[in-house]
Design a protein around this ligand. Structure first.
Ligand code: BGC
Length: 480
């Protein structure tokens, strides 16, 4: 296998990869951040949230039939009590950045109250441990979980969420502002709207409720704008953004007009609508969606939204092949094709590093500069691959030789390196994830960790990919 960073297509095949990589040196810029990304519900097993079932997700996972392998996140990785060992682990992997999210339901179990001291103490200890070990900290305010008192009145479908999210932001800055380097208001708002209101796989579990999805997008945009302003009011030098899950869409049959239409509609709604809104300050939907009276009502300018990102946070995993399906009534979004064309992860997601390169060098072009013409920094806030292993496995050598994750990691880092060479302002890469963790509707069996977690014992074991990542981070290069 040849590694030629100037080649158009980015791929890496198994056999000779190690030997060739050892002979190759692709240096990353000085000061590049190497890290991992996590989220509270997926790892913590926070007793305050779980015992009181204070979040929509804690209730959802306690309901039969919602999680594909019937697991829960009641204990997850027990990061809540083992965080100091996990930070040690990150240090041993030569990492210098860590992304976490704040547990809104545990911090605010009741409406209107001040933060729970127990949860404040936990996050202060965690953030202090990270800072004293030299980590840059990325902190997400909303990573898919709502406090129940808010979910019960409609969550992001209710404008009250904007108000409450702003209040939560203000308290979070006051409590943790001194320990945070990068704020992220929202994680993947489109994935949230899609899974919660169209697929129904996540709370609130609506199916095909497009208006609900669009209304939640509107309210999250307002929530982001308010939160952005509040953070800057309290900390003028703060760096604030959100994470955006970018998906390149590909028509199943290249010359089929209907497949291309479905692709176009998906790209518009999943990628463009949100990004355009934060760039222009105006929420607008493509035709024919924009003609719907309910959609017209929520479209239009949003105060404080224009230019409300200080850097770009990108979550990138895969591409989606889609096709139009003949049915009545017709669905302009078509369906996701179930016959992949490339190597796939355990979840059936195609490995497509070229999409990351295209994004960094082409699709993000209109977001490259801020209002003053200054280039925005770009951080890859998530990127990773799942393998599938049942949640009840304990010791043994299962899943430790994870060649496909190694290939995924290297090929995506090559894409990032090549994009930097072409002028993309990428300043850091956070792998999803440090540990195997609770993968939402998929449960514990979909394992995204560089580090394997045997759930019955909670034992952590480094996978081969973790060792590889440690070498890359340690040398700031692919490879020395
Ligand atoms: C989310 C994570 C999730 C990961 C893998 C992103 O959608 O931010 O919470 O586990 O991707 O699906």
């Amino acid at each position: 296998m040849q590694l030629k960073p100037d080649e158009q297509s980015i791929s890496i095949d198994d056999q000779e990869s190690r030997a060739d990589l050892d002979r190759t040196l692709l240096q990353f810029p000085q000061g590049f951040l190497w890290g991992v990304a996590t989220s509270h519900f997926q790892v913590e097993g926070n007793p305050e949230e779980i015992n009181g079932r204070h979040s929509d997700w804690a209730l959802w996972t306690a309901t039969d039939g919602k999680i594909l392998d019937n697991s829960t996140a009641d204990r997850a990785c027990d990061f809540f009590s083992r965080y100091d060992l996990d930070v040690e682990l990150c240090k041993s992997l030569n990492l210098n950045a860590f992304r976490l999210s704040l547990n809104w339901p545990a911090l605010c179990p009741t409406r209107g109250a001040t933060f729970s001291r127990q949860s404040v103490d936990f996050y202060r200890r965690l953030l202090q441990t990270l800072k004293s070990n030299g980590f840059k900290t990325f902190v997400t305010l909303f990573h898919f979980c709502l406090p129940n008192w808010l979910a019960e009145v409609g969550g992001w479908n209710n404008e009250l969420a904007i108000e409450e999210f702003d209040r939560f932001t203000e308290m979070a800055i006051q409590e943790f502002g001194d320990l945070v380097d990068f704020w992220l208001t929202l994680n993947e708002p489109l994935a949230y709207a899609y899974q919660g209101y169209i697929e129904g796989a996540w709370p609130p579990g609506h199916r095909g409720n497009y208006v609900g999805a669009f209304r939640s997008i509107r309210n999250m945009l307002e929530g982001h704008a308010r939160s952005y302003a509040t953070i800057h009011r309290l900390q003028s030098a703060a760096r604030v953004s959100y994470t955006f899950h970018w998906i390149p869409f590909q028509a199943r049959r290249k010359f089929n007009l209907f497949d291309r239409l479905s692709c176009y509609m998906r790209d518009q709604v999943f990628n463009q609508v949100w990004m355009r809104a934060t760039e222009t300050g105006i929420l607008s939907f493509p035709p024919p969606i924009c003609l719907e009276p309910a959609v017209k009502k929520i479209s239009g300018p949003i105060e404080g939204l224009k230019d409300s990102i200080d850097y770009v946070g990108i979550n990138y995993y895969t591409r989606q092949v889609c096709e139009f399906k003949w049915e009545w009534p017709p669905d302009i979004f078509g369906i996701r094709s179930d016959s992949p064309e490339l190597e796939t992860s355990g979840l059936g997601w195609e490995v497509y590093p070229q999409g990351l390169y295209d994004l960094l060098t082409r699709d993000l072009n209109s977001y490259r500069l801020d209002a003053n013409g200054k280039p925005r920094d770009i951080y890859i806030t998530e990127n990773g691959l799942a393998s599938m292993f049942p949640a009840d496995l304990t010791d043994g050598d299962w899943s430790l030789k994870d060649d496909i994750r190694e290939r995924y990691l290297v090929s995506h880092l090559m894409a990032v390196h090549k994009a930097i060479g072409a002028g993309a302002n990428v300043k850091g890469y956070l792998h999803w994830s440090l540990l195997d963790n609770f993968e939402w509707a998929e449960g514990l069996r979909a394992r995204f960790g560089l580090v394997r977690v045997a759930y019955p014992t909670l034992e952590r074991t480094l996978r081969e990919s973790a060792k590889l990542y440690a070498r890359i981070a340690g040398s700031n290069a692919l490879f020395k």
